[in-house]
Ligand binder design. Structure first.
Ligand code: BGP
Length: 475
């Protein structure tokens, strides 16, 4: 495998799924803090009408404690360093910096926490890659302002990024604006911080919210370049190459239309700095009208990203007319079952070649450096009597995906890094479970809340260490 020299190997996380200490250090509550644990979470995420109130008698709230990285970051970073990480993807929890989101002054204790984390990473020569917003909008902005539906959030976000860029300008070079920004139309609750008013209004509200995020993201890119010369600021997409179910031209056209709205619309705006022409017809047919302010399109044009990052878990297979039996169960973004693919225990179809397709599609379209910032297998792990965890299934999954990346590099794609998702076990975003594990590092914590939070190395830990030290040769 021909990975470039200085390839950024590492792992990825998000504050809300990792840190815990949800009400320590002056932190305010955010969206993830009010999402109940368990499989019902996925339903809540896509349905209108979530009310953001906690009911601790009925539900658990696993993100409150998560895996307690807040207190254990030194031990965890030492383990990342032992694997040889070059980069560590993490997010800053906005509500640690601005507990309500709309204050004028930041919370010093929150800022100091990330100083300590960045210093610890640099101690081992690990580059932080920081997501500015990863599904953790401050709760107050959701309740008082209606989340990203409200244009006011652009102003609050600008204040937040100005503070973090100034504070960490000597410590962080790589930044990502909004996590999986294009997931918004499927799950407005996650990225946009509101639950659609009704199924009918979901698209209108989501695209309006997205417009606000495009402007906010462009402002962040411009500010980042001013405050941190040499910084690299990327967007972040959830990417699922969309295949036609068969060669029926009707299905091919349907897959193309669906695929480009999901995969390319946000990228076109953030990378090319323009709304793509194909969206006009879609807006018209769905009666979507975007309210823009003067200067928005200019801001978007001036704030295009330096590189593109994306998560890759699955491809999607589309067909114009689908029967309920054909619909893929766990597939987060719809589509039908692909007869050529197996699925994970959560029904996510496993398709390493799809990653090569994704990399080629993105590079053909944009010719910008690419980074795969999430990829991995959520699986149940078993701890043997001697304490070992033999996660060969995870090794197989990752090996196949890394091979596919190597092929894409051979194809000529400018790929600069890979951070596998959940390098240490953490709370699942879509189901709030601990038992859906992705890590090289096992965390003793379970869905019923029991567990010591003790860390241990899985078989994949040693495997990934070799992958990194051989720059992808030893798979
Ligand atoms: C992405 C999110 C992550 C993450 C991952 C795995 O959509 O950006 O936050 O959790 O998916 O998903 P899950 O945790 O639901 O298995």
């Amino acid at each position: 495998m021909n990975f470039p020299e200085n390839f950024l190997w590492g792992g990825a996380t998000a504050a809300n799924q990792l840190e815990g200490a949800s009400q320590e250090g002056g932190k305010g509550l955010n969206l993830a803090d009010v999402l109940p644990g368990g499989k019902s979470r996925l339903k809540l995420l896509s349905q209108p009408g979530f009310d953001f109130e906690m009911d601790t008698e009925k539900f658990t709230y696993p993100n409150h404690e998560a895996i307690d990285f807040y207190h254990r970051y030194k031990e965890d970073i030492a383990l990342f360093a032992e694997m040889g990480f070059k980069v560590f993807r993490m997010s800053i929890a906005w509500s640690r910096i601005f507990p309500n989101g709309d204050e004028l002054e930041p919370n010093e204790e929150g800022l100091a926490f990330y100083d300590r984390v960045f210093d610890e990473l640099h101690k081992y020569g690990i580059e932080p890659l920081v997501t500015i917003a990863h599904y953790e909008t401050p709760l107050h902005l959701i309740k008082e302002y209606g989340g990203w539906k409200n244009r006011k959030l652009i102003e609050f976000f600008e204040r937040y990024v100005t503070v973090i860029f100034n504070r960490y300008k000597d410590k962080v070079k790589y930044w990502l604006t909004f996590n999986e920004i294009n997931g918004a139309t499927h799950f407005p609750l996650f990225g946009l911080g509101f639950s659609a008013t009704s199924e009918e209004s979901r698209l209108q509200e989501s695209f309006q919210g997205l417009h606000h995020q495009f402007v906010a993201s462009a402002i962040a890119v411009k500010l980042g370049h001013q405050i941190i010369p040499g910084s690299q600021i990327g967007n972040m997409l959830i990417y699922a190459p969309t295949y036609s179910y068969d060669s029926n031209p009707e299905n091919v056209m349907h897959a193309l239309e669906d695929g480009r709205i999901f995969n390319f619309f946000c990228g076109d705006v953030q990378v090319r700095g323009e709304y793509p022409t194909f969206i006009n017809r879609y807006f018209k047919e769905n009666d979507i009208k975007i309210e823009m302010h003067e200067g928005d399109l200019e801001t978007i044009k001036e704030g295009t990203v330096d590189f593109i990052s994306f998560s890759y878990y699955m491809s999607r297979t589309e067909k114009k007319q689908k029967t309920p039996e054909e619909v893929g169960e766990g597939n987060l973004i719809g589509g039908v079952k692909n007869p050529f693919l197996k699925a994970s225990d959560w029904g996510w179809e496993i398709d390493p070649t799809g990653l090569r397709v994704a990399l080629n599609e993105l590079y053909d379209r944009y010719q910008k450096p690419l980074m795969v910032v999430e990829n991995g297998l959520g699986a149940y792990d078993k701890v043997e009597e001697d304490g070992s965890i033999n996660d060969d299934y995870r090794i197989d999954y990752l090996r196949d995906h890394i091979k596919a990346m190597g092929e894409a590099v051979e194809d000529g794609v400018d790929l600069i890094g890979y951070t596998s998702w959940g390098c240490i076990d953490l709370v699942s975003a879509s189901s709030g479970e601990y038992s859906k594990r992705y890590g090289f590092i096992y965390v003793d914590k379970h869905d019923d809340g029991s567990g010591t939070l003790e860390r241990s190395r899985k078989k994949s830990f040693y495997w990934y260490k070799d992958v990194i030290s051989s720059n992808g040769e030893k798979l």
